[in-house]
Design a protein. Structure first.
Length: 587
């Protein structure tokens, strides 16, 4: 066809492979607001899941409320993937001018194919590389006398090209489009027509076929996983205030929690949100909020209140690049210090970290179990990279809710803050029930809850509250993951979302092994010491300027021979970048 111009056409070689086997293919889609880039990615993820394929999609966009450039990076695979890969095999870009924002996000290799608009006069930026194998021009836009006029939906044209290259049948795409747009017949008809026209051209070289290896797959984001995991763990009250990148936690709960008999309230700010959560917990209701760094700062005093009053609350912190407003749509691991140490006075809290979407759902069970059993705040750290990624996973089964708080027997006289009780946490009785009335305040108190300024009592109450961390450390000593060969000589430690890149890196570099704690505070020191026994140092990998995990570990372990492999910047680490940091040859 005259409207398709293909330069240096050649079929792609074999796809990349994942740790543990299984082929994978990388895609990158770039456009402006209104181009529907995220919609293409979401539809393709749904289609992949229906065909028994795994995948992962991350989005990149600016901090603007509406409009601006956006990108979707997908990795489709035969086995589970938790990393989007170092390179895309195909880049579809509607305007070359949109690429500027995505330096470091969109990465290509020498065999990649770029698909551009036939009418785009722009040049590709040099940072993409000069040795790209194929550049294809396709008429995504309709131009009359030099002016772009409304035409076919360009995102559907792009999806038709890519689906054909993947070898997916048109019927699979038709079913996905019908499910999405069946309530809008005119839009559905337009989208199907555009998809079919591009699909029929076969303009892209065929990609290697991915063989389905699973069934019963579903697509879920990190925020959705946290919300649904919390509901399965017994959550019945949520109060929050929208903030990127955590807002979808509340949006999911608004849709789904009422069906389970729960309630959701949008508060006027983050302070009020956690205040409501503390109040609901005082009333015996499992409660939670979700926020990002600026909101967590505002919640700090209320966290101290929950710890002093020994009330269980769970807080999800989806980290963004900071400080202050920072970069709301970018990811970093910069809230660790605040989560562990933030607050006036000494008060215990537990800090957990999610590795990926699958782990985020499961981790909420542990968060509620610890919080309810030990009556203290639990902070669950995710970040934008986990919170807003979409990941294909096996459909989860809801686990039974965790243990509830211990309660006094009917014949017992409740001494709410009794000293020398088992594990530091005292049995509880819900206010309003017989014998359940007591004073819960932020002021220091006696075992009965009466205010006191006695220094000896303050010391004993502090010991009581911090005893909980000793018990939790024993109970969670096995809550970590190890990657690589057990006796590999070179050691790495990471946390949270670095799991994906470390999993891939260790698979490519078998001389390395990695340790990733699920419970960051209290840190599993004895397990870490056993894991590294007989070695002489290593590197802590994290996405923060100061190397916050390295510094935290230095307060509980001897880290004198350990270095930091860390940076800020708002973009996830790549395998190739980590190889440079650790001075090894990239694969």
């Amino acid at each position: 066809m005259n409207e398709v111009e293909l330069r240096t056409a050649r079929a792609m070689t074999g796809p990349d492979s994942l740790p543990g086997g299984g082929a994978c293919i990388g895609l990158a889609l770039v456009g402006s607001g209104g181009d529907g880039v995220a919609l293409i990615g979401d539809l393709m993820m749904q289609m992949a899941a229906r065909q028994g394929l795994f995948g992962m999609m991350v989005q990149a966009y600016g901090p603007q409320i509406r409009g601006g450039e956006s990108a979707a990076i997908l990795r489709l695979s035969e086995t589970e993937t938790v990393y989007e890969g170092d390179h895309a095999d195909i880049l579809v870009c509607f305007r070359t001018s949109d690429l500027a924002r995505f330096r470091g996000t969109v990465r290509l290799h020498e065999r990649s194919t770029i698909v551009l608009d036939q009418a785009d006069p722009g040049r590709l930026p040099d940072w993409l590389g000069r040795d790209i194998a194929e550049v294809l021009r396709f008429p995504f836009s309709r131009v009359v006398e030099g002016v772009e006029v409304p035409g076919e939906p360009r995102n559907m044209l792009a999806m038709g090209l890519v689906c054909r290259a993947l070898g997916w049948s048109a019927e699979v795409a038709h079913a996905a489009l019908s499910q999405r747009f069946g309530h809008r017949p005119t839009v559905l008809s337009q989208n199907l027509a555009a998809f079919d026209r591009a699909y029929a051209t076969g303009a892209l070289p065929e990609l290697p076929v991915l063989t389905p290896r699973a069934s019963g797959l579903t697509v879920e984001s990190g925020n959705e996983a946290c919300a649904r995991g919390a509901m399965a763990a017994g959550l019945r009250f949520f109060a929050g205030y929208p903030i990127t990148p955590s807002s979808e936690v509340m949006e999911t709960l608004i849709e789904e929690l009422p069906e389970r008999g729960g309630r959701v309230i949008q508060a006027e700010d983050e302070i009020a949100a956690l205040g409501m959560v503390v109040g609901a917990s005082f009333g015996g209701v499992p409660s939670m909020t979700a926020t990002s760094g600026p909101g967590l700062s505002l919640m700090t005093e209320m966290l101290g209140l929950a710890s002093m009053a020994e009330l269980p609350v769970v807080v999800i912190d989806a980290q963004r690049a900071g400080p202050a407003t920072g970069m709301p749509s970018r990811t970093e691991q910069r809230d660790l210090f605040h989560a562990i140490y933030g607050g006036h006075g000494d008060f215990p809290r537990v800090v957990l970290a999610a590795f990926d979407v699958v782990h985020a759902r499961d981790l909420m069970h542990r968060a509620f179990a610890i919080s309810e059993e030990h009556q203290l705040p639990v902070i669950v750290l995710t970040d934008a990279y986990i919170a807003q990624r979409r990941q294909i996973r096996t459909t989860p089964d809801d686990l039974p809710p965790p243990r509830r708080r211990r309660v006094w027997g009917e014949g017992d006289t409740m001494l709410r803050f009794a000293l020398n009780h088992e594990h530091g946490a005292t049995p509880f009785r819900v206010p309003g029930t017989p014998g359940g009335t007591y004073l819960a305040a932020g002021i220091e108190h006696t075992p009965q809850g009466s205010p006191t300024s006695d220094g000896t009592m303050h010391q004993r109450m502090s010991e009581k509250r911090f005893e909980k961390l000793e018990t939790i450390a024993l109970e969670t000593s096995a809550c970590f993951r190890m990657l690589g060969v057990p006796d590999a000589p070179r050691l790495l430690v990471g946390w949270g979302s670095t799991f994906g890149v470390l999993r891939e890196f260790v698979a490519q570099h078998p001389e390395f092994r990695a340790f990733l704690p699920e419970v960051i505070h209290p840190f599993p020191r004895e397990s870490f010491e056993e894991w590294r026994a007989g070695t002489h140092g290593g590197a802590v990998v994290e996405l923060s300027y100061q190397g916050q995990l390295h510094q935290h570990m230095s307060s509980v372990c001897d880290m004198t021979r350990w270095t930091r492999a860390c940076r800020s910047g708002g973009l996830p680490l790549s395998v190739a970048e980590l190889a440079v940091m650790l001075e090894v040859s990239p694969c």
